[in-house]
Design a binder for this molecule. Structure first.
Ligand code: DC
Length: 319
């Protein structure tokens, strides 16, 4: 990394004032002096330090800051990112910069949105919000309180009173409690499309989602993030995949949760949900005009993540 920093910024050893190496607390051995010597820097002052823990920051990171005296302005500095890193830690850059960007990831059920969105958030040190979980939470609470799912007004009132937040690990909390698998039962699965189709309820939930995004630096996945919730997000991705492949992925998840279901039933459910989600009157599922469509049918999760990180990096260069 040090060699690349010097090469890409055309820095000579004689221009270096000093070098600071830092590592996140989860790295317990680093050898900065050895690294400097290995590339022929023998007389440069250097300091190695451990960073303090920063909530939400990427893990297992090493940073190298090279202080130079060559008369060039710092705006011309080229930052070097290796192994999937794509930006400065969010707290190291101003709110207006790309480091605090919002990323919108939309697509139908089972296209891989949540796994991919979580992966992107982790790599970039951003927060993550699964917006479907909020509609699921309303559905689950309504079912457990015996609320009539046809009654949009009562459901909206219920939703308005729910207090959602994200904890330090980007887990969605409802009234301070982390939401778990209770919102992923087959009953919630078949009821949530109806609940999420009511206009007034959607307005309440979208407002809560926007509040969570106010600070910036969030990856949101859902159906209407690029078109409605975060219309100004600089990066919008629309994930698609063949319905059978999506059903196969859902089946694995459902079986892991102990639900005994067969593939054909899940295919049917996915197709029905696709139809319902993309034909509803309010915020139907569709890509934003400026979204990049990524087909995940034949791609491993890691490939999808690195493809999207490339899209983000290109976008960043264009800004
Ligand atoms: O992604 P999911 O399966 O957890 O979403 C649950 C339901 O919520 C799904 O039927 C579509 C709906 N939803 C929505 O309408 N808008 C969102 N932003 C996210 C989910």
């Amino acid at each position: 990394m040090l060699a690349l920093i010097m090469k890409e910024n055309a820095v000579r050893e004689s221009e270096i004032v000093n070098i600071i190496f830092t590592a996140t607390p989860d790295i317990n051995a680093a050898f900065p002096a050895e690294a400097a010597r290995a590339i022929g820097l023998s007389a440069v002052p250097l300091l190695g330090a451990q960073e303090i823990e920063v909530v939400g920051a990427p893990r297992l990171c090493v940073r190298v800051v090279v202080f130079v005296d060559n008369g060039r302005h710092r705006d011309s500095v080229k930052h070097i990112y290796l192994r999937g890193a794509v930006g400065l830690r969010p707290d190291l850059v101003g709110v207006q910069t790309f480091g605090m960007l919002n990323v919108a990831i939309d697509g139908p059920a089972g296209a891989g949105k949540s796994t991919v969105a979580k992966g992107i958030a982790l790599r970039m040190g951003l927060r993550y919000l699964d917006t479907g979980a909020m509609y699921r939470a309303v559905t689950w609470l309504a079912l457990s309180q015996g609320v009539d799912l046809q009654d949009a007004a009562i459901l909206s009132r219920l939703a308005r009173e729910m207090i959602f937040d994200l904890n330090a690990d980007s887990q969605l909390t409802l009234d301070g409690r982390v939401l778990g698998n209770e919102i992923r039962t087959p009953l919630v699965n078949v009821s949530v499309s109806l609940v999420s189709s009511y206009e007034e309820l959607r307005e309440v939930i979208v407002e809560k989602q926007r509040k969570l995004a106010l600070r910036g630096g969030i990856v949101m996945d859902g159906r209407d993030i690029g078109t409605t919730v975060l219309k100004d997000a600089p990066v919008k991705i629309f994930l698609v995949a063949d319905p059978r492949e999506r059903a196969r992925r859902r089946l694995v998840e459902l079986r892991a949760l102990g639900h005994d279901v067969d593939l054909e039933a899940v295919v049917l459910q996915i197709e029905q949900r696709d139809y319902f989600d993309s034909h509803r009157a309010v915020s139907p599922l569709r890509p934003a005009s400026d979204a990049v469509i990524v087909d995940t049918t034949n791609l491993e999760v890691e490939m999808v993540i690195s493809h999207i990180l490339d899209i983000i990096a290109r976008k960043k260069d264009a800004i």
